[in-house]
Design a binder for this molecule. Structure first.
Ligand code: PRP
Length: 207
């Protein structure tokens, strides 16, 4: 049995779509009710979890593989392998601010609000910029509006949330998409199963 952790929410539908396209019978996932562990075809044991937890389950090896966004992989920076770009859930990390605020030319100390403090820290360190970081759990766009921060670092998909809240991208940091991650020990112990599973996904990504 291959233990698989999938990210619930934003990536959930696209992940199920990919599995279906790969020929996996996903009907038990569509009527799962409140059940937390679902078996598919007597081969795959599936759990749905929050993105950070997917990484934790894969790191500790209770899940052999996981599907999770590159944003969470970068932020958590844990010892797991990223073996495939699944080519969906595409968005980017960006620095955004209210119109006419350019934090790169501000001559005062700068405060950045974000759900991703580690990514933010290393990005600004790479630019040799000293910034204060405030961790916000959701709707981070509020922080500059409420004057808690000068700018934000966040994921941008359509750009709609920024636009509707008077913010704009001032720097793109990097592209993001869903990735297949693997526990390093599982990759040895379940090499054949993981190889088969990743080939199955590859064939449906390119279809
Ligand atoms: C993400 C992100 C932005 C929004 C960007 O939030 O933090 O707020 O999506 O998407 P857009 O560019 O298509 O508008 P999410 O919906 O995951 O909710 P959260 O802020 O509560 O984490």
């Amino acid at each position: 049995m291959l233990n698989i952790a999938l990210t619930k929410g934003r990536l959930e539908d696209r992940t199920i779509e990919l599995l279906k396209k790969a020929g996996v019978d996903c009907s038990p996932l569509l009527n799962k009710g409140r059940k937390l562990i679902i078996t598919l075809e007597d081969k795959y044991s599936i759990i749905f979890a929050k993105a950070n937890d997917v990484i934790t389950y894969v790191e500790y090896g209770v899940s052999d593989v996981g599907v999770v966004g590159k944003d969470t992989i970068l932020e958590m920076n844990r010892p797991i392998y990223e073996i495939m770009d699944l080519n969906f859930g595409k968005c980017s990390f960006a620095v955004a601010a209210p119109h006419n605020v350019n934090i790169f030319t501000l001559d005062k100390s700068t405060t950045i609000a974000t759900k991703y403090p580690n990514v933010t820290r290393s990005y600004f360190e790479s630019l040799n910029m000293d910034v204060d970081i405030v961790k916000i759990e959701g709707s981070v766009e509020l922080a500059p509006i409420l004057k808690l921060a000068d700018a934000i670092v966040d994921i941008v998909e359509t750009g709609k949330t920024l636009k509707e809240n008077g913010l704009e991208v001032i720097r793109k940091i990097t592209d993001i998409s869903a990735r297949l991650v693997v526990n390093p020990v599982s990759l040895k112990l379940k090499a054949a199963e993981i190889d088969l599973f990743s080939k199955l996904l590859t064939s449906s990504i390119t279809k």
